[in-house]
Design a protein around this ligand. Structure first.
Ligand code: ATP
Ligand code: MG
Length: 112
């Protein structure tokens, strides 16, 4: 099982959502976030340290997926979130040790 964290443009959320539902995912968590990529526009210096002043609103989507569906889900996100311009976002992939569905006591693949 894998945990996908995708950071995408807010206006792309609907497209990504539709695509993920088509792919039959079990669920997802969505959070409004602010982030910084490799382009930095302004920095401010405060007490000798510089702080970037260019955090941009993004949407963070988190999904637990099976190994079998991992590549397919990544492709679905890339396809639906891409504009081709800087700031399209990123997908980070990590492993899940265990998963539980609280209501039923199901575990791991049955739980996601
Ligand atoms: N290394 C990172 N660690 C954590 N979050 C990141 C990282 N890189 C990007 N992000 C998140 O993804 C968002 C979008 O990043 P972005 O697509 O601008 O990355 P980039 O490396 O600048 O690529 P591009 O050149 O295509 O813009 C950031 O605002 C931030 O929330
Ligand atoms: Mg960028």
């Amino acid at each position: 099982m894998y945990w996908l964290t995708a950071i995408v443009r807010p206006f792309k959320l609907n497209d990504v959502y539709d695509k993920l539902i088509d792919e039959g995912i079990g669920g997802m968590t969505v959070t409004e976030v602010k982030g910084l990529g490799s382009q930095r526009s302004t920095t401010e210096v405060y007490r000798g340290a510089s702080y970037s002043n260019d955090f941009i609103p993004k949407i963070k989507i988190e999904i637990a997926v099976s190994e079998d569906s991992l590549e397919r889900i990544i492709e679905a996100i890339v396809e639906s979130a891409k504009t081709g311009k800087p700031g399209d976002g990123k997908i980070f992939v990590s492993k899940i040790q265990q998963a539980y569905r609280i209501r039923t006591n199901e575990i791991d693949l049955d739980a996601i």
